[in-house]
Write a protein that binds this ligand. Structure first.
Ligand code: PXP
Length: 244
């Protein structure tokens, strides 16, 4: 079964819009679990624009499913990840002014540094995934860096306009998934996935996990978090059952 990781960052974004105490991303995580989330994901950014240290502390104490901490390579954040020792960490690039994570981690450019962080996290019992573009070199370097998993960046697929561009992106993702599996890497995918575009990714990649945030949080405003998550789970399950 394809697992669903629900990213609750943007619940905290709404809270931070007023710098107040609500809505609480910790409540959102509990509701997401009730809706069937298999993992809860959050990204403690250096500028703390959404999730803050208190959220991470409470999430790590209260989340019953796996907690996946998106972690940049900055020393301060890596130290917090090591102290928190979540069951999973996903290494992501982080640029201060970006609206959201823009591209995959350039593992090829800094394989030694990545490999040092991977090793430190693994020594704490955290399994490590690298968020990368679906690029053969990045996959090879991810394996070389010692990660167990990769998360293939589906942003370009999500943004592609027209059937043929989307199909091209799906083919690139499919080839990357095949190569990663040959290198014994677990394949996950995420970024920019929505209720409208998730099914082809589920069908074509059959990833272990799909990681989705903005679209689920957006729907939860109207339907509640529990129903938003179970609706997404249903779509993924139906896509998977068509090909398995
Ligand atoms: N995967 C990674 C590595 C991310 O950085 C993000 C965004 O925080 C997501 C998945 C979720 O992306 P979205 O909010 O577009 O669903």
């Amino acid at each position: 079964m394809i697992l669903l990781g629900v990213n609750i960052d943007h619940v905290a974004t709404v809270r931070e819009a007023r710098q107040t105490y609500e809505p609480d991303p910790v409540w959102a995580a509990a509701e997401a679990e009730l809706g069937g989330a298999d993992l809860i994901t959050c990204h403690l950014r250096q500028d703390r624009r959404h999730v803050c240290d208190r959220d991470l502390r409470l999430l790590s104490e209260t989340t019953a499913v796996e907690l996946n901490l998106e972690t940049s390579m900055e020393e301060e954040i890596v130290d917090i990840a090591l102290e928190t020792a979540p069951s999973k960490a996903t290494l992501v690039p982080e640029r201060r002014r970006e609206v959201t994570t823009e591209g995959g981690l350039d593992v090829a450019a800094e394989v030694q540094r990545v490999s040092d962080v991977v090793k430190k996290l693994q020594d704490k019992g955290t399994r490590v995934s690298l968020f990368i573009d679906p690029d053969p070199e990045q996959i090879e370097e991810s394996a070389r860096a010692g990660a167990e998993e990769v998360e293939l960046h589906t942003g370009p697929y999500a943004e592609a306009e027209g059937r043929s561009k989307r199909e091209q992106c799906l083919r690139t993702l499919g080839r990357a998934a095949g190569k990663a599996r040959k290198m014994d890497l677990v394949v996950n995918a995420g970024h920019g996935l929505t209720y409208r575009n998730v099914q082809p990714v589920a069908e074509r990649l059959l990833p272990r996990e799909l990681h989705i945030g903005h679209s689920i949080v957006s729907r939860s405003i109207f339907s509640g978090m529990k129903q938003a998550v179970s609706g997404m789970k249903d779509l993924i399950d139906r896509a998977e059952s068509r090909v398995r």
